[in-house]
Write a protein that binds this ligand. Structure first.
Ligand SMILES: [Zn+2]
Length: 299
């Protein structure tokens, strides 16, 4: 008799695909996220992952359309949008914890049309009970294996020293030429966007060594698993955007219903993000269509 292997593997510290680098940004979307997304988009072979919150730094993302637009843009070009709780905290009360995740998933879905499956705990603090809950609720818990410590301006003393310190951490790690890297940063720090992230992408030499900058899901070989919908976005997928858009068809009504709370309600983007539900809805419409046809023939 073979005994099952009960080793828990629900906390992920590293990528698993060879020659990948997952750059991740926590705590946005905020006032700098737009420029980061715009910068990343100038690097056509680069993807990134955002662990987002709704309510952390003021003005809150949940209230600020400009920040939400940055998140939506990132999502639509194929960057991964994941959860980092709603208010950047995990309650010891399990119902409050669950509620915080639901609030953030609702927020992400409202903006992007997708619900995330990936999660990072604030400060990476998630003990066994927290891990068990996340597993039960179907989340993948992501940590990191390179901490740039970009948030820690105090220890470095100045922004230029912070940049230098973070780049030194990265240089040391990259010199090891490990199979892959999962890097922690924050899109709430201006020097991360202006210096640290561009250094990783353009000046570290890793690209030249054959490393690819991909999402966390892709670096784990789980490209279609980043969202509940199973959808991928961006220029390297062909299955995401179909031109199903007929103003008066039941399909668009179904999609509209699905996205009644979508702040981008009615535009092409929300239709695109709703296409995953189309096939299911079409199937559910079949009996109705058959009945209508039967009725037409009989009468
Ligand atoms: Zn955080």
């Amino acid at each position: 008799m073979v005994l099952a292997n009960y080793v828990k593997t629900n906390v992920i510290y590293s990528c698993s695909v060879n020659k990948t680098i997952a750059i991740t940004f926590d705590d946005g979307p905020h006032n700098l996220s737009k420029s980061l997304v715009d910068y990343l988009m100038t690097q056509s072979d680069v993807k990134a992952t955002f662990f987002t919150v709704g309510k952390l730094h003021y003005p809150f993302a949940i209230d600020t359309q400009e920040y939400q637009e940055a998140m939506k843009k990132a999502h639509d070009v194929g960057y991964q949008i994941a959860s980092h709780t709603f208010e950047h905290e995990i309650s010891s009360n399990v119902d409050e914890f669950r509620n915080s995740l639901t609030l953030q998933d609702d927020f992400i879905e409202k903006v992007t049309g997708d619900r995330p499956r990936y999660f990072r705990a604030p400060k990476g603090e998630c003990e066994e009970a927290c891990q068990a809950n996340l597993e039960e609720w179907g989340y993948k818990l992501i940590q990191w294996d390179v901490d740039t410590k970009d948030w820690d301006l105090e220890t470095s003393g100045s922004e230029s020293k912070r940049i230098e310190d973070s780049i030194n951490v990265l240089k040391e790690k990259f010199a090891e030429e490990k199979e892959n890297y999962l890097i922690l940063m924050h899109d709430t720090e201006n020097y991360t966007i202006s210096d640290i992230a561009p250094w990783i992408i353009e000046k570290s030499g890793m690209r030249e060594k054959g490393y690819r900058f991909v999402t966390v899901a892709e670096c784990l070989g789980d490209k279609s698993g980043m969202y509940i919908s199973g959808k991928n976005y961006g220029n390297d997928t062909s299955s995401t955007n179909t031109s199903i858009h007929h103003e008066d068809s039941p399909i668009s009504e179904v999609i509209q219903k699905n996205h009644t709370n979508n702040i981008f309600n009615g535009n092409e983007q929300s239709l695109n993000s709703g296409t995953s539900t189309i096939s299911i809805k079409l199937i559910s419409l079949l009996p109705f269509l058959l009945m209508s046809l039967t009725y037409l023939f009989l009468f």
